[in-house]
Design a protein. Sequence first.
Length: 320
Amino acid sequence: MWTTPARLRAKDIIGMNRRNIRYIGRYNSRRLYPLVDDKLQTKLLAQEYGITTPALIGTVTTQFGIKHIREMLIGHPGFVIKPAKGSGGKGILVIERVEGDHYVKPSGTRLSLGDVERHVSNILSGLYSLGGSPDVALVEALINFDDSFAEYTYEGVPDIRVIVFKGYPVMAMMRLSTAASDGKANLHQGAVGVGIDIASGMAIRGVQFDRTRHDHPDTGHELASLHIPGWETLLLLAAGCYEMTGLGYLGTDMVLDRDHGPMLLELNARPGLAIQMANGVGLRSRLDLIERQPDGVSAEERIAFSQHHFARSSELRETA
């Protein structure tokens, strides 16, 4: 179903041109991009600032190094292999468990050592990297996601995206993996996007393939009761990424680990705009309001401001 630019403006929806020119171009210095475009640099920077990230098992930087991947994985019951310069969830291989000589994905698909080595080789060759440039493969410990989300996701770890502008949390959503998305929290591949109220961490709206959803398509569990525990801590982590990177407009991707609480997965200097669809509102008026705020405000004050001005009631509860 088509719409018009006037209707999008009326709903405060921003498009790629405005995002790129008004916000990314103005507030994100290009010299800072490597801090977030390279996941290894992001991880090292987060460690410097005391921000928890998934444990790094090792890296593979050369084709010759692939021969040692088996030794690197010994003793790890599960792990994730991802490209350091990948985007959109491409090239991420999740191994849930090891059975003998086989590596088992969350879907139950069994891979051989050769399959894993080929995947790493593809990463190094730049198959999944931005611009196709040679890359580095990161091997990370598997996240033990919070059990409270078990009924809201399918064969994958749900993550939380928060858009942060000038250090203010502006809009948030949780991405729930599905069978259609092959267990990945990627909206374009069929994951469910759930808009999250900045004030409370409660679900307010759900979408899949740009259509409204009130339940998870695979588990059948309703979305209205979804609530993110430790929401204040998670917002503080997201807001602190402004000081950590110096980027004025960014997307922070986080997960809730059962043992370690909120963890930073990665940062994005060019976050997508589908979060507006998940929330049912646009970013424009929120960004305009924040542009009028003074600099030098503490992270705690910025969070309180956002929670006061951007609070939303749940559409899911209204229709439940």
